[in-house]
Design a protein around this ligand. Structure first.
Ligand code: NDP
Length: 332
């Protein structure tokens, strides 16, 4: 059983010294447990936060233990009545070939309508993040202008498409020409700004002639300063992620926005998707319908091989992924 351990807390960007590959015996399930072979692993920006030894909404990763994240896998052996060898399941498991998990912590994945990997993306945590963050906090109305940063990622692609379904004008911000093209031509975004080669301030002025009613923020930093400068009266700012800040070694200084928020009567709210746990079924039902009807499209960026998981994770901070970043570890 190959495993990837978390061996050193990074300062700034994680690197080779952060992770270590090792071998251990394949674990044996006890009563109520299931042995799962990893098929797909999810690498997610929030994992960077768990590498710091600071208090947050999830505890830090312990040193010298296997890194835990979202997995889609296949049951190899089961001592739980609800699961049988061959079943596809998803849950929080390790960056390793095989995990033993309590049956109660697994959710069954139905591969008949959509590929099972979607349980980690559009029909999983990132899709639900987009759904609840936009609809519950953003409360989009027809004709409003929605700006989403990190627009070409797992969450951003879904945010933009739901906003289009709600009749909004959708402006994305992303980091490559390929992403700009994809969001415009495949997902129907009204305008997309490449923050790496455009003047974001000027481009926002052109893309949002009527200002910004909803800002769904996945990145923070300077991009957000420019968007918030164009915010409208009674706008909503959804603070979903701040990836531009996750690897900073010193705190970032920003303009004081409170006077603007006051004057414009803006509501700004952070959220964690797990706040909505008791409504996940509602979210998954809607997202599944939209995917089945072709109203929501999704992309996955799949890296092959467990040993390439750390690089796939680091790729998130270099913007290497279009859509959801996954690692394929074994075949179904
Ligand atoms: P993505 O698939 O969007 O991958 C991350 C993307 O962020 C990259 O592809 C890159 O795209 C962009 N990025 C990386 N570094 C920077 C930077 N310095 N400045 C601007 N953009 C950058 O990840 P997810 O969709 O999984 O997550 C998106 C955000 O949502 C993250 O901030 C994450 O932490 C947050 N999140 C929050 C949740 C919650 O419950 N609140 C739940 C899930 C995610 P590009 O080429 O455009 O730079």
């Amino acid at each position: 059983n190959r495993q990837i351990l978390f061996v050193k807390r990074p300062e700034g960007l994680p690197d080779d010294r952060t992770f270590q590959m090792t071998e251990a015996p394949v674990p044996v399930p006890e009563q109520g447990e299931v042995l799962v072979r990893t098929v797909y692993l999810s690498v997610d920006p929030y994992m960077r936060g768990r590498m710091n030894d600071t208090k947050s909404y999830v505890p830090p990763f312990p040193l010298n233990e296997v890194i835990v994240g979202g997995v889609v896998g296949q049951v190899e052996d089961s001592k739980h009545p609800d699961f049988h060898p061959g079943d596809l399941v998803t849950g929080m498991m390790g960056w390793q070939d095989y995990s033993v998990v309590k049956g109660e912590e697994l959710r069954r994945v139905d591969p008949s309508r959509v590929p099972p990997s979607t349980a980690l993306g559009v029909l999983g945590m990132p899709g639900l993040t987009a759904y609840f963050g936009l609809l519950d906090i953003g409360t989009p109305k027809k004709g409003e202008t929605v700006v989403v940063s990190g627009a070409a990622g797992a969450v951003g692609t879904v945010v933009g498409q739901i906003a289009k379904l709600k009749g909004c004008r959708v402006v994305g911000i992303a980091g490559s020409e390929e992403k700009v093209r994809f969001l415009k031509s495949e997902l129907g975004f009204d305008a997309v700004i490449n923050y790496k080669n455009q003047d974001v301030k000027q481009a926002l002025k052109e893309a949002c002639p009527d200002g910004v009613d909803i800002y769904f923020d996945n990145v923070g930093g300077e991009i957000s300063d420019h968007v918030i400068a164009r915010i409208n009266d009674f706008a909503r700012i959804v603070i979903c992620g701040q990836i531009a800040l996750y690897n900073l070694e010193k705190p970032d200084l920003a303009p004081r926005i409170e006077p603007l928020l006051l004057m414009k009567r803006v509501k700004m709210q952070g959220f964690i998707v797990s706040d909505y746990q008791n409504r996940y079924q509602e979210g998954l039902t809607h997202l599944s319908e939209w995917v089945a009807e072709g109203k929501i499209k999704y992309r996955e960026n799949i890296v092959e091989g467990l040993e390439n998981t750390p690089e796939a994770f680091l790729g998130l901070f270099r913007g290497e992924n279009l859509g959801k970043q996954l690692v394929k570890v074994s075949e179904i």
